[in-house]
Design a protein around this ligand. Sequence first.
Ligand code: TXA
Ligand code: MG
Length: 340
Amino acid sequence: MGRLEEQISRGIQCLRRGGIIGFPTETVFGLGADAANANAIARIYEAKSRPREHPLILHLGELRDLERWVHEVPTSAESLANKFWPGPLTMILKAEPNQGREFRGDNNSVAVRVPAHPVAQALIRGLGNGIVAPSANRFGRLSPTTAQHVSDELGEKIDMVIEGPTCPIGIESTIVDLTEKVPVILRPGHIDEKQISQALGQEVLTVESKTNKAPGSYPVHYAPNTPLTVLYRDDMEKFLHNDANGISVAVLGRSKRPYFSSAAVWQVAPFSPAAYAQNLYGLLRRLDHSGCDLIAVEEPPHRMSWFAIHDRLKKSSIPKIALAEFIKSQSRNNLNHDQI
Ligand code: TXA
Ligand code: MG
């Protein structure tokens, strides 16, 4: 047996015994538990420090497996499944009343996805049951896209991580809510609004990302530890020169570092939206560990293909109104350190 197959079979045994495991999907790494094991599901919430009111996604082997969990499979769900499953699409459907209370809480709906990643598929099939899995990060942090990220995030709190081939998409699945008359995209992703509305033959709505509501409050989702801001290319140097006030800035740029730049660190991001998404969280983690006071991301183009990336950057950002305040406090700190 190869190393990967051996890990998968250990993973299946672990899930059977009520363990929780990190595993790759085509989007990001999940933290999985047997959907029938209430105790293991509780451990997921504990390991992530995730409040119980946030429901988990149920990962299934194929469309047919929905029946047990979903009250009635609408034709819209069948159309989307035929087109996009297995793949990076999660559907919110009306739940079968007595199933899945442990991971969907008091919601009448259940989130389901059939992942395409061979490791995820092998685990589900081997277990012979659905696997519930949130992204394998601590609550509110960036999703992991390598086994190392999972270990850094959750370490001893989980039973094992499957190393396997990693995550080709790199950002979390598109979530579409099919419980109302008009489908609503709750979280944008690799599969975009246009593809979904084409597959359904009807208009769909999108929900504006809900973060950064309160001025001065810190980001609540997908955030690195280091505060992050998004700036237009033309504003970047002006910001570094005039506004950064001596704090050290790590830039995630779209092109080469200008020779005159005063950024402490300059990382060039991949050019295409697909490669950018695939590498985004890994690069943000690297910049997060660079020791800089602030991460400044150069604003990507405003086209449909970048929509999900804008959403994640927005969810990672410190509110604009808090930025000046943050820089002021940080440069004061730096000054104090210098004097000691
Ligand atoms: O790509 C993904 O979806 C990854 C991989 C591991 O599959 N999973 C993931 O799970 O991103 P998580 O838990 O990090 O994000 C799932 C989101 C949460 O924001 C949760 O609130 C929402 O889905 N969700 C789950 N069940 C829901 C429901 N019944 N109604 C509305 N939102 C729901
Ligand atoms: Mg998550």
